[in-house]
Ligand binder design. Structure first.
Ligand code: ZN
Length: 193
């Protein structure tokens, strides 16, 4: 089992892309993925942010420090604030919150608002398995992930056969969120006298 990038001994194989990586290349991969997400969401590193403490905020903090060094100003918080917020969660949680709301016939827009409201930067493109492996490699205990009740069954199906479907679902939710935001803005403009 060799690393896809450098040929050294691999420590993880990602079945959804069918590639194995060594410690350093795996951490590098996570960093690259986060960078891509930051670019896509228009993250402004000049601002000061509050980071919500979540089971995965240690990884977000580690990677953000690697990317921005000391330039980025972040304060940690246990509560949402009416300021620029960073919310680190993992992919399964993001998708399961949305699916769970639909299952309970709640308003899915509420979940979209929660994660895509004004001044919210959500870092979500890591799977729980990747996060817990990064924890092992860095000597940090990531704990256990939450149970999602009934939605767990669906996520099991995703995990066994359709990882791409899970990434796809997250992307679709994000696109939907973008459209809802746009419609809200248009509606607000129309209401103005
Ligand atoms: Zn490598």
């Amino acid at each position: 089992m060799k690393c896809f990038s450098c040929g050294r001994k691999a420590v993880i194989c990602l079945d959804y892309i069918d590639r194995c990586y060594c410690r350093d290349c795996f951490l590098e991969l996570l960093e690259q993925r986060l960078k891509k997400e930051l670019r896509r969401t228009g993250f402004d590193s000049e601002k000061e942010y509050y980071m919500l403490e979540t089971p995965t905020s240690w990884l977000a903090e580690f990677l953000l420090k690697k990317i921005f060094k000391d330039r980025l100003r972040i304060k940690k918080t246990k509560r949402m604030k009416n300021k620029d917020m960073i919310i680190p969660i993992y992919l399964e949680k993001y998708v399961s919150d949305f699916l769970g709301a639909m299952l309970e016939q709640e308003d899915p827009a509420r979940i979209i608002e929660k994660y895509h409201g004004e001044n919210i930067y959500i870092l979500k493109h890591f799977l729980w398995g990747e996060i817990s492996l990064a924890g092992k490699l860095l000597g940090i205990n990531p704990g256990k992930r939450e149970s999602y009740g009934e939605v767990d069954i669906l996520l099991e199906v995703f995990r066994d056969a359709h990882w791409n479907a899970l990434f796809g679902a997250a992307n679709s939710i994000e696109k939907l969120a973008g459209m809802i935001k746009l419609l809200r803005e248009k509606r607000r403009k129309r209401v103005k006298p």
